[in-house]
Design a protein around this ligand. Structure first.
Ligand code: ADP
Ligand code: ADP
Ligand code: MG
Length: 480
């Protein structure tokens, strides 16, 4: 592979190009009219405008991207995450045109792109699954019966869902029929597929996922787990590796289950197998994401591996350069997603000019960044600006390092998740490791913040001062 097109934008496009450059591979960036001055455009060896700002006319425009790939003679395409990264139709078009997609086959994508398809594929491997239905609901009465057998609350999920969208919690049988109908309508509108199914609603779960990597020669490795329980709108904001809740024995058990999930669809490349872990440390398969994950850097930190490099090597047909016993687990890593969102206003996207933007630096601090000071953050795309990642010998040292890095980070002009990150790092629930996916909902409100920090002197003083004097009733707490 001599030349690769990166079909993405922002931090992930740059992160991928960094490795391509390191490997001596030329890079072609694509961009929309809104991204003319974007960082990823300047970083690439060559850059091509592929259309107007809306994703559907640019970053999701399959034919245009294919046309550019052919014109610029690229050998491969790296899709990053989001956009076309899990699109089997695109994967198929590339294959037909002799361009290698750095990712799995269209068939694997298709199986895992459907949550029901995934459950069906892994059946023969005895992977523990959340109790529920394994076919799309078509008979409402039957669905109500099943929900009653499982026990309320239940979750209605879109089979084609993703990005935390397409889920509804149902508390009792009276609401069931109406909620199923609403879920089906939503699923149809958002994903073009109205199939929905039922899962037991696990009341206090941790989100634990396993990174896997597979080559074309039948070797599949698990690269340990990530804990991603700090979420808003069913989407991750803080991730860490390893999980404070996982013992070496459970790591091996979940790792081997993840490898079997990958085998069930003849997987190739980097993938993530997501599980829920309940209070009794029982795990259940949720879904598989057939791409590089947003939070892959924490895995890179603790294993010392470059996942993009492995993706490229596997795509070139090479054998994985290590075996399971070689996979290391070094220290602890935490990532904070820096979203242009206002945590004090329900994490609403905040679109504005980035007046000041200064990244933290230091040993064990990594920032995967996609923007520059002075830039306008476009409204068309995912509001993630950057990811702040730290790595230290122990979990408590990593928390400390994250606090320092947050303090050093300077952002002005746009609401963001830095203060929220500081709040998480200072929270006894997070520090203890004993938290679940309801962390944000449970603790991120004025009363809880005041209560939690009433005994810790400095923070308490500043919080109460803020709460007293803040006219906007904001939740801002001091960083660090
Ligand atoms: P991860 O599991 O890697 O944390 P997310 O679920 O946060 O990934 O999604 C990564 C990116 O992909 C985000 O930009 C998100 O908006 C987008 N995304 C994920 N799934 C879908 C989907 N089915 N449709 C549209 N966008 C999606
Ligand atoms: P997506 O494709 O949107 O990522 P997932 O199935 O991975 O959907 O679920 C996303 C999040 O939703 C999980 O991390 C978890 O917080 C919550 N969730 C999903 N299924 C359940 C369930 N059965 N019980 C409780 N929470 C769930
Ligand atoms: Mg998921």
């Amino acid at each position: 592979m001599l030349k690769v097109l990166v079909a993405n934008r922002g931090e992930i496009a740059i992160r991928v190009m960094k490795t391509l450059r390191k490997m001596g591979i030329r890079t072609v960036a694509v961009y929309s009219e809104a991204d003319e001055h974007a960082k990823h455009v300047r970083y690439a060896d060559e850059a091509v405008c592929i259309g107007p700002a809306p994703s559907i006319e640019s970053y999701l425009n399959q034919n245009k991207i294919l046309e550019v790939a052919k014109k610029y003679n690229v050998d491969g395409i790296h899709p990053g995450y989001g956009f076309l990264s899990e699109n089997a139709e695109f994967a198929r078009k590339l294959k037909a045109n002799g361009i290698k997609l750095i990712g799995p086959s269209p068939e694997s994508m298709e199986i895992m792109g459907s949550k029901l398809g995934a459950k069906d594929a892994v059946k023969k491997f005895n992977i523990p699954m959340v109790p529920g239905t394994d076919t799309p609901i078509d008979d409402f009465d039957e669905a109500i019966n099943i929900a009653q057998t499982i026990g309320f609350p239940v979750l209605i999920k879109a089979s084609a869902g993703g990005g935390g969208k397409g889920m509804r919690i149902v508390q009792n049988k009276e609401e069931m029929a109406e909620q199923i109908q609403l879920a089906m309508n939503e699923a149809k509108a958002a994903f073009g597929d109205s199939s929905v199914f039922i899962e037991k609603y696990i009341s206090s779960p941790k989100h634990i996922e396993v990174q896997i990597m597979a080559d074309q020669h039948g070797n599949t490795l698990y690269l340990n787990e990530r804990e991603c329980s700090i979420q808003r709108r069913h989407q991750k904001v803080v991730e860490e590796a390893p999980s404070p809740a996982i013992s070496p024995a459970l790591r091996k058990e979940m790792g081997e289950a993840a490898v079997n999930v990958a085998r069930s669809c003849n997987y190739e490349g980097a993938g993530t197998v997501e599980f829920l872990l309940d209070e009794n440390k029982k795990f259940y398969f949720l879904e598989m994401n057939t791409r590089l994950q947003v939070e892959h850097p924490v895995t890179e930190c603790i294993t010392g591996l470059d996942l993009v490099e492995l993706q490229v090597r596997v795509a070139r047909g090479e054998k994985l350069p290590l075996v399971q016993e070689d996979v290391k687990l070094i220290g602890h890593s935490i990532e904070l997603r820096l979203y242009a969102e206002d945590p004090e206003d329900n994490f609403m996207p905040s679109i504005n000019v980035l007046k000041k933007y200064k990244l933290p630096e230091g040993e064990g601090i990594r920032v995967d960044n996609g923007i520059d000071e002075g830039m306008m953050v476009p409204i068309y795309y995912d509001p993630m600006l950057a990811k702040l990642i730290v790595h230290a010998p122990t979990r408590s040292a990593a928390i400390q390092k994250m606090k320092e890095a947050i303090q050093q980070f300077e952002i002005e002009g746009i609401a963001n998740t830095l203060n929220f990150g500081a709040y998480v790092m200072n929270h006894p629930g997070f520090i203890s490791g004993n938290f679940d996916t309801h962390f944000v909902q449970k603790y991120w409100n004025k009363e809880e913040i005041a209560k939690t920090f009433s005994e810790s002197s400095m923070v308490a003083a500043m919080v109460s001062k803020y709460l007293l004097y803040s006219s906007k009733e904001h939740l801002t707490i001091p960083r660090g």
